[in-house]
Design a protein around this ligand. Structure first.
Ligand code: NI
Length: 387
């Protein structure tokens, strides 16, 4: 298995960085300590140029190869943020911050890309430029979008971009990837139904907001079951329902609902939004109530580009001997914004048989570090080979 020997030597350092970041989780754009640590390490490695404050708390590092005549520039991206979860691992290096935890392994992603940056800055065995990208707020904040809006791709002339995520259930140190749509679009909606409140014993004098809300929830199930082609993927989930009345004998005037819509194509996304809008207003009208809908478009569908996916898989096979076909994921991933701007690919690296991500007992598996770092380094060296 051609894991680079240098990463075996760097493994204790990278593991130490990972565990230090794990002990100090920071949420969304609040990744101040992590970003400072990343910038300090990149400078210590002799990275040519380090820029902080891109996408609020993102960090960008530039590493030039021994040659740069090819004019090629490749972006390698890791995420730095943690989740608002109370850690339950009992690890000696568990979170020191109450209510925050690295429950998605972004501590491992940051440490692995730092390790790769150190190796690439030491060796520079490529003809071109590597741009290492450390983003905040992957978990719902759109840090990747904000970095793109700050001109990330144009400012550093990035031509292709690659991302990696650890994945529980994929065997340790192996990889999985798929071309095309990979992670879902993640939209959110809020519905307020307004009826007419009154005495529970006199329902005929009211417009029951609860009854209308219940009808809307049932009707929304028809989007996935009757509007979407059965071979397409659409999820419409109402995740919160709250009535304005808590009493046993009062019919409420108002009912509020929240939920999420997930799809794997722009067509299904547009269809689901259109149908949801129609259903909410039409059902409310049918019962004499009024409905207000706030529909918020979140992360777009994350689409891997064919050529870069094939290349990423080839590198994964070289590193670990195999690269499996990854399943579709109905979760979101804000690397989607970077893949909208530049061709590239996003790969999963095995975390082994561990608790799932976003679980209070999850932990990034340090044994994945050599494979993950080697994949990053090989992406740069094989995509921009020296003559
Ligand atoms: Ni994650």
């Amino acid at each position: 298995m051609p894991i680079k020997n240098r990463f075996a030597e760097l493994m204790p350092d990278i593991t130490e960085w990972r565990r230090d970041i794990h002990s100090h989780p920071e949420i969304l754009f609040e990744t101040h300590r992590t970003a400072a640590l990343v910038a300090e390490k990149l400078r210590a490695f002799g990275v040519d140029e380090v820029t902080e404050g891109i996408g609020r708390t993102g960090v960008v590092g530039v590493i030039k190869g021994k040659e740069t005549g090819s004019g090629r520039v490749i972006g390698l991206r890791a995420d730095m943020d943690a989740l608002p979860i109370e850690e339950a691992t009992g690890l000696p290096y568990a979170s020191k911050t109450q209510g925050a935890m690295h429950a998605c392994g972004h501590d491992g992603h940051t440490a692995m890309l730092l390790g790769a940056a150190q190796y690439l800055a030491e060796t520079r065995n490529f003809d071109g430029t590597v741009v290492v990208i450390f983003q905040p707020a992957e978990e719902g904040g759109g840090g990747g979008r904000e970095m793109c809006e700050d001109g990330l791709m144009a400012r550093w002339g990035i031509q292709e971009v690659y991302g990696m995520h650890n994945w529980p259930g994929v065997p340790m140190g192996t990889f999985a990837i798929r071309p095309g749509a990979f992670f879902a679009s993640t939209d959110q909606f809020e519905i307020t139904v307004r009826g007419k409140g009154g005495h529970a014993a006199k329902p005929h004098e009211t417009i029951d907001a609860n009854l209308v809300a219940a009808q809307i929830v049932v009707a929304l199930q028809s989007i996935a079951s009757r509007n979407a082609d059965p071979v397409e993927q659409v999820v419409v989930s109402v995740t919160s329902m709250e009535s304005s009345s808590k009493a046993f004998n009062v019919i409420p005037a108002r009912h509020e609902m929240r939920g999420t819509v997930r799809t794997l194509s722009p067509e299904m996304r547009a269809m689901a939004e259109r149908r949801l809008t129609t259903i909410v207003h039409s059902v409310a009208e049918a019962f004499g109530a009024e409905a207000e809908l706030k529909y918020h478009r979140g992360y777009p569908v994350m689409v891997n580009h064919d050529e870069q996916t094939e290349f990423a898989a080839e590198v994964a096979r070289a590193v670990s001997g195999d690269c499996a076909e990854a399943p579709l994921v109905m979760g979101g991933e804000d690397f989607a914004y970077m893949l909208e701007e530049r061709p590239g690919a996003y790969i999963l690296v095995g975390n082994g048989d561990t608790a799932p991500v976003h679980h209070p007992e999850y932990n990034f598996n340090d044994e994945a570090i050599p494979a993950g770092c080697s994949w990053w380094a090989e992406i740069a060296e094989r995509r921009m080979p020296l003559a």
